[in-house]
Design a protein around this ligand. Structure first.
Ligand code: NAD
Length: 415
């Protein structure tokens, strides 16, 4: 146990007040899942940066008490389970956690540890801010025009994972039911997948996206859906999204189709614009007019595609942070995988995990520490101090090891 890894009983827990706000002690216990593959390297780097920024921003008054919990390969080796109950309980008890990437053991009856973690903790909003960092190579001519936060629904749609193999007894039974009871013909022998989407799950996701936009003074929330084709699922997402905007945020929002926007397409001061776009059109919009979009709220599969496409516009997944947030707890995570070829080589980029830590500190309300890290990461990159993945694509850059990059960021904190 390292010197700031005390047992939970010696330190303090974060709690959630009745109105949903967090009560954060000065030395909260926060569980971390180191992760597999490059996880230990990037977590060691991220942790040093987080500790250094909290230490210097609050002159030692605040400190995170990190608590190690297991998931993925390591958990499987030590406990026989990829996602032990103890880990889920620790995250529930401590309200906030952070994780590195995880390998899903093949053939273990669990589709993905990440999906299981989101479902079992009801972390219904996958939140991905996508912002350009100056100096990062990008396929776009003006990548700095991309500045968006994607809220992707995390519990329904394809993540519900309801599907049956072609020619299986289950698929044939569903096909027979559809023919006999619903009057719908589907060829026998087809594979079947079910896409459930509900009003409560849509409403809570969209409400969270709107609240985020209001809290951060952003100009718009766009509901991205494929309702022109899937009227009762994707179309209902749009309908329920507008419904929650009008009911819960009346007086704060303006629905684009109701009129009232200025000739520049902007809302009167103090009003948030709520609009919707069909998913395929949205992929054009984020390339051609990205500055018109600020927060995106969208069902699971659309969100999967659009968040990776946006991440590519600003330089790739290796840079993008993420969080999975529910009403009771939140897990912050690097959005990339375990990159096994770099495992244990101190070579991978810790940027995604560091920026996920920035989101975690913002979530705690420790904004001085989070802002200092974000600024220092930007400064390190614009100074040309980067890890291998960027160094090989950036002219004049100096390649640093993962741990050296953490040092470079720490040197630039509070400068
Ligand atoms: P991956 O993201 O691990 O790697 C793809 C490539 O991206 C790597 O080969 C590497 O070149 C690059 N890369 C990714 N992260 C990097 C970093 N931080 N620094 C430098 N380069 C980086 O995707 P994959 O190869 O498809 O998956 C490998 C494993 O990761 C699989 O077991 C998969 O299940 C798992 N995975 C986990 C998560 C998660 O935990 N959130 C997400 C995706 C994949």
């Amino acid at each position: 146990m390292k010197n700031n890894e005390r047992s939970p009983s010696e330190a303090h827990r974060i709690t959630v007040a009745a109105d949903g706000t967090l009560c954060v002690p000065d030395n909260p216990v926060i569980p971390f899942i180191e992760g597999d593959g490059i996880g230990p390297d990037i977590w060691a780097a991220a942790r040093r940066v987080l500790d250094a920024s909290v230490g210097s921003s609050y002159e030692g008054r605040r400190r995170v008490e990190w608590m190690k919990v297991l998931a993925g390969e390591k958990a499987h080796r030590e406990t026989g389970e990829p996602l032990p109950h103890k880990t889920l309980q620790a995250i529930k008890d401590h309200v906030v956690a952070i994780k590195g990437p995880l390998t899903t053991p093949v053939g273990e009856g669990i589709r993905s540890v990440n999906v299981a973690l989101r479902q079992r903790l009801d972390l219904y909003a996958c939140v991905r801010p996508i912002r350009y960092i100056k100096g990062v190579p990008s396929p776009m001519r003006r990548p700095e025009r991309v500045d968006m936060v994607v809220f992707r629904e995390n519990t329904e749609d394809v993540y519900a994972g309801i599907e049956w193999e072609a020619e299986s007894a289950e698929a044939e039974a569903v096909i027979a039911f559809m023919r006999d009871r619903m009057g719908v013909e589907v060829a026998f022998g087809s594979a079947i997948g079910i896409k459930p989407m509900s009003r409560p799950a849509t409403r809570r996701l969209v409400a969270r996206a709107i609240q985020y936009a209001l809290d951060h003074g952003l100009a718009s929330v766009t509901l991205v859906h494929k309702g022109n084709i899937m009227k009762y699922t994707e179309g209902a997402f749009m309908k329920w999204g507008y419904e929650v905007a009008r009911e819960m945020f009346a007086g704060h929002v303006l629905v684009e189709s109701d009129g009232g926007l200025g000739p520049d397409g902007k809302a009167p001061p103090g009003k948030l614009v709520i609009k919707d776009r069909i998913a395929d059109m949205m992929f054009q919009q984020v390339l051609l007019r990205p500055e018109e979009y600020h927060v995106i709220a969208t069902p699971n599969l659309n969100g999967d595609y659009i968040s990776d496409a946006l991440a590519a516009q600003v330089g790739g997944l290796g840079m993008a942070p993420g969080a999975n947030i529910g009403d009771d707890c939140a897990v912050f995570e690097a959005t990339h995988g375990t990159a096994p070829k770099y495992a244990g080589k101190d070579k991978a980029s810790p940027v995604s995990l560091i920026l996920s830590g920035v989101m975690l500190l913002e979530h705690l309300g420790w904004t001085e520490a989070s802002a200092a890290i974000e600024k220092a990461v930007r400064k390190s990159i614009s100074d040309g101090l980067v890890t291998h993945d960027l160094a090989r694509r950036m002219r004049g850059a100096r390649e640093l090891k993962c741990s050296e990059f953490a040092e470079a960021v720490i040197e630039r904190l509070n400068r």
